[in-house]
Design a binder for this molecule. Sequence first.
Ligand SMILES: *Cc1c(COP(=O)(O)O)cnc(C)c1O
Length: 403
Amino acid sequence: MKPDYDRFGGVSKPPIPFHRPSVSEADVEAVSGVLRSGWLTTGPKVKALEAAVAGYVGSHESAPGPFHAVALSSCTAALHLAFVALGLKKGDEVVTSPYTFVSTGETILYTGAKPVFADVERATKNLSPEAVERAITPKTRAIVTISMAGHPCRSAEIEQIAKQHGVPVVEDAAHSLTSRIWSVPVGAQADISCFSFYATKVITAGEGGMVVTKNQEWADRVRRLSLHGLSAAAWSRYGKGGWWEYDVTELGWKYNLTDPQAALALSQLERAEALRDRREAIATRYTKGLTGVPGLTTPTVAKGMRHSWHLYQIAVGDGTPTGMDRNALGLALREDGIGTSVHFKPLHLFPWYQKRLRVKPGLCPEAEAAFAQTLSLPIWPDMTEEDVDRVMERVRFHLTGGA
Ligand SMILES: *Cc1c(COP(=O)(O)O)cnc(C)c1O
Protein backbone atom coordinates (compact mmCIF):
# COMPACT_ATOMS: atom_id res chain seq x y z
CA MET A 1 0.00 0.00 0.00
CA LYS A 2 1.29 3.43 -0.93
CA PRO A 3 1.53 5.58 2.18
CA ASP A 4 -0.75 8.60 2.42
CA TYR A 5 1.92 11.16 3.14
CA ASP A 6 2.45 11.49 -0.60
CA ARG A 7 -0.83 13.41 -0.66
CA PHE A 8 0.60 16.04 1.67
CA GLY A 9 4.29 16.26 1.03
CA GLY A 10 4.24 15.38 -2.65
CA VAL A 11 7.62 13.67 -2.33
CA SER A 12 7.80 9.90 -1.93
CA LYS A 13 9.91 8.91 1.06
CA PRO A 14 10.75 5.47 2.43
CA PRO A 15 8.77 4.35 5.49
CA ILE A 16 10.22 4.95 8.97
CA PRO A 17 9.86 1.71 10.93
CA PHE A 18 9.18 1.77 14.65
CA HIS A 19 12.52 0.12 15.25
CA ARG A 20 15.57 -1.00 13.33
CA PRO A 21 18.50 -2.58 15.18
CA SER A 22 21.86 -0.91 14.70
CA VAL A 23 24.19 -3.63 13.40
CA SER A 24 27.74 -2.59 12.50
CA GLU A 25 30.33 -4.35 10.35
CA ALA A 26 32.20 -5.09 13.59
CA ASP A 27 29.05 -6.85 14.90
CA VAL A 28 28.89 -8.98 11.74
CA GLU A 29 32.60 -9.80 12.02
CA ALA A 30 32.22 -10.77 15.67
CA VAL A 31 29.43 -13.24 14.91
CA SER A 32 31.22 -14.63 11.81
CA GLY A 33 34.28 -15.25 13.94
CA VAL A 34 32.26 -17.44 16.28
CA LEU A 35 30.65 -19.33 13.39
CA ARG A 36 34.15 -20.18 12.15
CA SER A 37 35.44 -21.08 15.62
CA GLY A 38 33.88 -24.52 15.99
CA TRP A 39 32.05 -23.64 19.22
CA LEU A 40 28.40 -22.69 18.73
CA THR A 41 26.75 -23.07 22.11
CA THR A 42 27.59 -21.56 25.51
CA GLY A 43 31.35 -20.99 25.63
CA PRO A 44 34.09 -18.36 25.83
CA LYS A 45 32.00 -15.53 24.32
CA VAL A 46 29.25 -16.04 26.89
CA LYS A 47 31.86 -15.99 29.65
CA ALA A 48 33.33 -12.78 28.24
CA LEU A 49 29.88 -11.15 27.97
CA GLU A 50 29.09 -12.05 31.59
CA ALA A 51 32.36 -10.48 32.75
CA ALA A 52 31.78 -7.38 30.61
CA VAL A 53 28.21 -6.79 31.87
CA ALA A 54 29.24 -7.41 35.50
CA GLY A 55 32.03 -4.88 34.96
CA TYR A 56 29.71 -2.37 33.32
CA VAL A 57 27.16 -2.53 36.16
CA GLY A 58 29.92 -2.31 38.76
CA SER A 59 31.85 0.42 36.98
CA HIS A 60 31.03 3.17 39.49
CA GLU A 61 33.00 3.48 42.74
CA SER A 62 29.87 3.94 44.86
CA ALA A 63 28.50 0.61 43.60
CA PRO A 64 31.21 -1.72 44.85
CA GLY A 65 30.99 -5.24 43.49
CA PRO A 66 31.88 -7.79 42.72
CA PHE A 67 28.79 -8.36 40.66
CA HIS A 68 28.05 -11.82 39.30
CA ALA A 69 26.40 -12.05 35.90
CA VAL A 70 24.74 -15.09 34.35
CA ALA A 71 23.80 -14.96 30.66
CA LEU A 72 20.46 -16.50 29.69
CA SER A 73 18.34 -16.99 26.60
CA SER A 74 16.07 -14.02 27.44
CA CYS A 75 15.14 -11.52 30.12
CA THR A 76 12.02 -13.61 30.66
CA ALA A 77 14.27 -16.57 31.55
CA ALA A 78 16.33 -14.27 33.79
CA LEU A 79 13.23 -13.12 35.70
CA HIS A 80 11.96 -16.69 36.00
CA LEU A 81 15.24 -18.05 37.42
CA ALA A 82 15.69 -15.02 39.69
CA PHE A 83 12.31 -15.84 41.24
CA VAL A 84 13.18 -19.53 41.55
CA ALA A 85 16.52 -18.65 43.18
CA LEU A 86 14.66 -16.48 45.71
CA GLY A 87 12.53 -19.51 46.59
CA LEU A 88 9.15 -18.00 45.59
CA LYS A 89 6.31 -20.52 45.88
CA LYS A 90 2.55 -20.94 46.07
CA GLY A 91 1.00 -18.71 48.69
CA ASP A 92 3.67 -16.01 48.31
CA GLU A 93 2.88 -12.51 47.09
CA VAL A 94 5.09 -10.32 44.94
CA VAL A 95 4.41 -6.59 44.80
CA THR A 96 5.01 -5.25 41.30
CA SER A 97 3.87 -2.77 38.68
CA PRO A 98 1.06 -3.60 36.27
CA TYR A 99 2.77 -1.19 33.86
CA THR A 100 5.13 -3.71 32.29
CA PHE A 101 5.48 -6.36 29.64
CA VAL A 102 3.76 -9.71 30.29
CA SER A 103 7.13 -11.33 31.14
CA THR A 104 7.13 -9.77 34.61
CA GLY A 105 3.70 -11.11 35.53
CA GLU A 106 3.98 -14.54 33.94
CA THR A 107 7.37 -15.37 35.48
CA ILE A 108 6.04 -14.60 38.98
CA LEU A 109 3.10 -16.92 38.20
CA TYR A 110 5.48 -19.70 36.97
CA THR A 111 6.66 -20.11 40.57
CA GLY A 112 3.13 -20.33 41.98
CA ALA A 113 3.44 -16.92 43.65
CA LYS A 114 0.88 -14.19 43.03
CA PRO A 115 1.64 -10.75 41.54
CA VAL A 116 0.06 -7.93 43.57
CA PHE A 117 -0.16 -4.77 41.49
CA ALA A 118 0.75 -1.40 42.98
CA ASP A 119 0.04 1.80 41.04
CA VAL A 120 2.60 3.89 39.18
CA GLU A 121 3.45 7.58 38.99
CA ARG A 122 1.95 9.23 35.96
CA ALA A 123 5.07 11.05 34.73
CA THR A 124 7.45 8.07 34.61
CA LYS A 125 5.02 5.12 34.74
CA ASN A 126 7.32 3.69 37.42
CA LEU A 127 6.13 2.21 40.72
CA SER A 128 5.01 4.71 43.34
CA PRO A 129 6.86 3.91 46.61
CA GLU A 130 3.72 4.87 48.57
CA ALA A 131 1.63 2.42 46.53
CA VAL A 132 4.26 -0.30 47.10
CA GLU A 133 4.09 0.30 50.84
CA ARG A 134 0.29 -0.01 50.79
CA ALA A 135 0.40 -3.26 48.78
CA ILE A 136 2.67 -5.09 51.22
CA THR A 137 1.10 -7.81 53.37
CA PRO A 138 2.55 -10.50 55.67
CA LYS A 139 2.65 -12.76 52.58
CA THR A 140 4.90 -10.42 50.54
CA ARG A 141 8.15 -12.19 49.60
CA ALA A 142 9.61 -9.80 47.00
CA ILE A 143 9.19 -6.44 45.27
CA VAL A 144 9.73 -6.26 41.52
CA THR A 145 10.52 -2.86 40.01
CA ILE A 146 10.69 -1.79 36.36
CA SER A 147 12.50 1.23 34.98
CA MET A 148 10.00 2.04 32.24
CA ALA A 149 11.38 3.16 28.91
CA GLY A 150 14.77 3.53 30.58
CA HIS A 151 13.84 6.17 33.17
CA PRO A 152 15.17 4.78 36.48
CA CYS A 153 12.56 3.94 39.10
CA ARG A 154 12.67 5.39 42.65
CA SER A 155 14.88 2.54 43.77
CA ALA A 156 16.29 4.15 46.96
CA GLU A 157 12.83 4.61 48.47
CA ILE A 158 11.68 1.18 47.35
CA GLU A 159 14.86 -0.41 48.71
CA GLN A 160 14.13 1.19 52.08
CA ILE A 161 10.58 -0.20 52.13
CA ALA A 162 11.95 -3.63 51.17
CA LYS A 163 14.50 -3.51 53.99
CA GLN A 164 11.83 -2.57 56.54
CA HIS A 165 9.83 -5.62 55.52
CA GLY A 166 12.82 -7.91 55.03
CA VAL A 167 12.10 -8.74 51.38
CA PRO A 168 14.43 -8.63 48.36
CA VAL A 169 14.02 -6.33 45.34
CA VAL A 170 14.25 -7.66 41.79
CA GLU A 171 14.60 -5.08 39.03
CA ASP A 172 13.20 -5.83 35.58
CA ALA A 173 15.94 -3.81 33.91
CA ALA A 174 14.94 -4.84 30.37
CA HIS A 175 14.95 -1.18 29.24
CA SER A 176 17.78 0.19 31.25
CA LEU A 177 21.24 -1.24 30.67
CA THR A 178 22.55 2.28 29.98
CA SER A 179 20.41 4.08 32.58
CA ARG A 180 22.02 5.58 35.68
CA ILE A 181 20.96 6.97 39.05
CA TRP A 182 23.34 9.72 40.18
CA SER A 183 25.96 8.15 37.85
CA VAL A 184 25.49 4.61 39.22
CA PRO A 185 24.37 2.14 36.53
CA VAL A 186 20.92 0.61 36.90
CA GLY A 187 21.55 -2.99 37.91
CA ALA A 188 23.67 -2.01 40.90
CA GLN A 189 20.70 -1.06 43.14
CA ALA A 190 18.40 -4.09 43.37
CA ASP A 191 19.27 -7.46 44.91
CA ILE A 192 18.87 -9.06 41.48
CA SER A 193 18.61 -7.21 38.16
CA CYS A 194 17.47 -8.76 34.89
CA PHE A 195 18.52 -7.33 31.52
CA SER A 196 17.23 -8.03 28.01
CA PHE A 197 19.13 -8.28 24.73
CA TYR A 198 15.96 -8.62 22.65
CA ALA A 199 16.09 -7.13 19.13
CA THR A 200 14.56 -3.78 20.13
CA LYS A 201 16.45 -3.22 23.38
CA VAL A 202 19.35 -0.81 23.99
CA ILE A 203 21.88 -3.46 22.97
CA THR A 204 20.87 -6.70 21.30
CA ALA A 205 21.86 -10.32 20.81
CA GLY A 206 18.72 -10.92 18.73
CA GLU A 207 17.43 -12.70 21.82
CA GLY A 208 19.16 -12.87 25.17
CA GLY A 209 19.11 -11.90 28.82
CA MET A 210 21.27 -11.57 31.92
CA VAL A 211 20.92 -11.91 35.66
CA VAL A 212 23.18 -9.59 37.67
CA THR A 213 23.56 -9.90 41.45
CA LYS A 214 26.14 -9.51 44.19
CA ASN A 215 24.92 -12.75 45.75
CA GLN A 216 27.20 -15.57 44.57
CA GLU A 217 24.84 -18.30 45.80
CA TRP A 218 21.91 -16.94 43.78
CA ALA A 219 24.15 -16.54 40.73
CA ASP A 220 25.45 -20.12 41.00
CA ARG A 221 21.91 -21.43 41.42
CA VAL A 222 20.64 -19.47 38.40
CA ARG A 223 23.52 -20.90 36.34
CA ARG A 224 22.70 -24.50 37.37
CA LEU A 225 18.97 -23.97 36.81
CA SER A 226 19.67 -22.63 33.30
CA LEU A 227 21.20 -26.00 32.33
CA HIS A 228 18.79 -28.65 33.60
CA GLY A 229 20.08 -28.36 37.16
CA LEU A 230 23.26 -30.17 36.06
CA SER A 231 26.39 -29.99 38.15
CA ALA A 232 28.67 -29.42 35.12
CA ALA A 233 27.94 -27.46 31.92
CA ALA A 234 28.78 -28.65 28.38
CA TRP A 235 31.45 -25.95 28.47
CA SER A 236 33.36 -27.97 31.08
CA ARG A 237 32.27 -31.37 29.80
CA TYR A 238 33.41 -30.94 26.17
CA GLY A 239 36.22 -28.45 26.70
CA LYS A 240 39.89 -29.24 26.99
CA GLY A 241 40.47 -31.67 29.83
CA GLY A 242 36.70 -32.16 30.19
CA TRP A 243 35.01 -35.35 31.25
CA TRP A 244 31.46 -36.58 30.59
CA GLU A 245 30.36 -37.09 34.18
CA TYR A 246 27.67 -34.90 35.78
CA ASP A 247 24.97 -35.04 38.41
CA VAL A 248 21.40 -33.70 38.46
CA THR A 249 21.17 -31.46 41.51
CA GLU A 250 17.56 -30.24 41.09
CA LEU A 251 14.84 -29.71 38.50
CA GLY A 252 16.14 -27.17 35.97
CA TRP A 253 15.41 -25.59 32.58
CA LYS A 254 17.22 -25.03 29.26
CA TYR A 255 17.80 -21.28 29.30
CA ASN A 256 21.45 -20.85 28.30
CA LEU A 257 22.69 -18.16 25.87
CA THR A 258 24.81 -19.21 22.88
CA ASP A 259 28.22 -17.89 21.78
CA PRO A 260 27.08 -16.32 18.45
CA GLN A 261 24.46 -14.33 20.40
CA ALA A 262 26.97 -13.39 23.09
CA ALA A 263 29.47 -12.23 20.46
CA LEU A 264 26.85 -9.88 19.01
CA ALA A 265 25.92 -8.51 22.45
CA LEU A 266 29.58 -8.12 23.39
CA SER A 267 30.30 -6.17 20.21
CA GLN A 268 27.22 -4.02 20.84
CA LEU A 269 28.21 -3.43 24.45
CA GLU A 270 31.41 -1.76 23.23
CA ARG A 271 29.17 0.80 21.49
CA ALA A 272 26.55 0.99 24.24
CA GLU A 273 27.43 4.54 25.30
CA ALA A 274 27.59 5.78 21.71
CA LEU A 275 24.25 4.13 20.92
CA ARG A 276 22.73 5.79 23.98
CA ASP A 277 24.18 9.19 23.02
CA ARG A 278 22.51 8.87 19.63
CA ARG A 279 19.18 7.93 21.25
CA GLU A 280 19.50 10.90 23.58
CA ALA A 281 20.16 13.28 20.68
CA ILE A 282 16.97 12.03 19.00
CA ALA A 283 14.99 12.39 22.26
CA THR A 284 16.28 15.94 22.71
CA ARG A 285 15.28 16.81 19.16
CA TYR A 286 11.80 15.36 19.67
CA THR A 287 11.29 17.20 22.96
CA LYS A 288 12.46 20.49 21.49
CA GLY A 289 10.26 20.12 18.43
CA LEU A 290 7.13 18.76 20.10
CA THR A 291 6.98 20.92 23.23
CA GLY A 292 4.00 23.24 22.96
CA VAL A 293 1.95 21.09 20.57
CA PRO A 294 -1.52 21.39 22.13
CA GLY A 295 -2.68 18.23 23.93
CA LEU A 296 0.72 16.55 23.63
CA THR A 297 3.03 15.92 26.59
CA THR A 298 6.70 15.08 26.11
CA PRO A 299 8.60 12.86 28.55
CA THR A 300 10.52 14.39 31.45
CA VAL A 301 13.67 13.21 33.24
CA ALA A 302 13.86 13.53 37.03
CA LYS A 303 16.91 15.13 38.68
CA GLY A 304 19.98 12.90 38.87
CA MET A 305 18.53 10.32 36.50
CA ARG A 306 20.15 9.26 33.25
CA HIS A 307 17.59 7.90 30.79
CA SER A 308 18.56 5.11 28.39
CA TRP A 309 15.93 6.36 25.91
CA HIS A 310 15.00 2.80 25.02
CA LEU A 311 11.58 4.34 24.31
CA TYR A 312 10.41 7.88 23.55
CA GLN A 313 6.84 8.04 24.85
CA ILE A 314 4.54 10.96 24.28
CA ALA A 315 1.14 11.35 25.92
CA VAL A 316 -1.74 12.38 23.67
CA GLY A 317 -4.34 14.09 25.85
CA ASP A 318 -7.87 15.31 25.32
CA GLY A 319 -7.06 18.82 24.22
CA THR A 320 -5.80 18.22 20.69
CA PRO A 321 -7.26 20.72 18.19
CA THR A 322 -8.22 17.92 15.75
CA GLY A 323 -9.67 15.79 18.56
CA MET A 324 -7.31 12.95 17.69
CA ASP A 325 -6.56 10.56 20.52
CA ARG A 326 -3.62 8.15 20.95
CA ASN A 327 -5.01 5.40 18.74
CA ALA A 328 -6.14 7.80 16.01
CA LEU A 329 -2.67 9.35 15.91
CA GLY A 330 -0.98 5.93 15.76
CA LEU A 331 -3.23 4.86 12.87
CA ALA A 332 -2.70 8.15 11.02
CA LEU A 333 1.07 7.82 11.36
CA ARG A 334 0.84 4.25 10.09
CA GLU A 335 -0.86 5.61 6.97
CA ASP A 336 2.10 7.96 6.64
CA GLY A 337 4.48 5.01 6.72
CA ILE A 338 5.67 5.83 10.24
CA GLY A 339 5.74 2.99 12.78
CA THR A 340 4.70 3.55 16.39
CA SER A 341 3.87 1.27 19.30
CA VAL A 342 2.19 1.29 22.71
CA HIS A 343 4.10 0.27 25.84
CA PHE A 344 2.34 -1.19 27.75
CA LYS A 345 -1.22 -2.31 28.30
CA PRO A 346 -1.26 -2.69 32.11
CA LEU A 347 -1.46 -6.37 33.02
CA HIS A 348 -4.64 -5.99 35.09
CA LEU A 349 -6.50 -4.84 31.97
CA PHE A 350 -6.06 -8.22 30.25
CA PRO A 351 -9.11 -10.47 30.80
CA TRP A 352 -6.83 -13.46 31.47
CA TYR A 353 -5.08 -11.66 34.34
CA GLN A 354 -8.41 -10.36 35.64
CA LYS A 355 -9.75 -13.90 35.87
CA ARG A 356 -6.57 -15.42 37.25
CA LEU A 357 -5.85 -12.74 39.87
CA ARG A 358 -9.45 -11.61 40.52
CA VAL A 359 -8.66 -7.98 39.68
CA LYS A 360 -10.62 -5.33 37.79
CA PRO A 361 -10.06 -2.08 35.91
CA GLY A 362 -9.86 0.73 38.44
CA LEU A 363 -7.24 -1.11 40.50
CA CYS A 364 -4.42 1.19 39.32
CA PRO A 365 -5.97 4.44 38.00
CA GLU A 366 -2.67 6.18 37.27
CA ALA A 367 -1.43 3.23 35.18
CA GLU A 368 -4.75 3.14 33.32
CA ALA A 369 -4.71 6.88 32.62
CA ALA A 370 -1.10 6.75 31.41
CA PHE A 371 -1.84 3.79 29.16
CA ALA A 372 -4.82 5.53 27.52
CA GLN A 373 -2.59 8.36 26.28
CA THR A 374 0.84 6.87 25.67
CA LEU A 375 2.40 6.43 22.25
CA SER A 376 5.99 5.36 21.55
CA LEU A 377 7.59 7.16 18.60
CA PRO A 378 10.48 5.66 16.59
CA ILE A 379 13.83 6.12 18.37
CA TRP A 380 16.70 4.06 17.04
CA PRO A 381 20.34 5.02 16.69
CA ASP A 382 20.54 5.00 12.89
CA MET A 383 17.56 7.35 12.41
CA THR A 384 18.57 10.53 10.62
CA GLU A 385 17.60 14.02 11.74
CA GLU A 386 15.46 14.20 8.64
CA ASP A 387 13.60 11.06 9.82
CA VAL A 388 13.02 12.63 13.24
CA ASP A 389 11.82 15.88 11.68
CA ARG A 390 9.43 14.02 9.39
CA VAL A 391 7.91 12.13 12.35
CA MET A 392 7.43 15.44 14.19
CA GLU A 393 5.97 17.17 11.15
CA ARG A 394 3.37 14.41 10.74
CA VAL A 395 2.55 14.34 14.50
CA ARG A 396 2.05 18.11 14.50
CA PHE A 397 -0.05 17.94 11.35
CA HIS A 398 -2.39 15.25 12.70
CA LEU A 399 -2.86 16.85 16.10
CA THR A 400 -3.27 20.47 14.98
CA GLY A 401 -4.69 20.07 11.46
CA GLY A 402 -1.72 21.92 10.02
CA ALA A 403 -2.43 25.03 12.08
C1 LIG B 1 11.43 -6.85 26.65
C2 LIG B 1 10.96 -6.94 28.03
C3 LIG B 1 11.05 -8.13 28.78
C4 LIG B 1 11.39 -9.45 28.18
O1 LIG B 1 12.61 -9.50 27.56
P1 LIG B 1 12.98 -10.79 26.69
O2 LIG B 1 14.46 -10.73 26.60
O3 LIG B 1 12.29 -10.60 25.37
O4 LIG B 1 12.48 -11.98 27.40
C5 LIG B 1 10.73 -8.09 30.12
N1 LIG B 1 10.30 -6.97 30.71
C6 LIG B 1 10.16 -5.82 30.03
C7 LIG B 1 9.71 -4.59 30.76
C8 LIG B 1 10.46 -5.78 28.67
O5 LIG B 1 10.28 -4.64 27.97
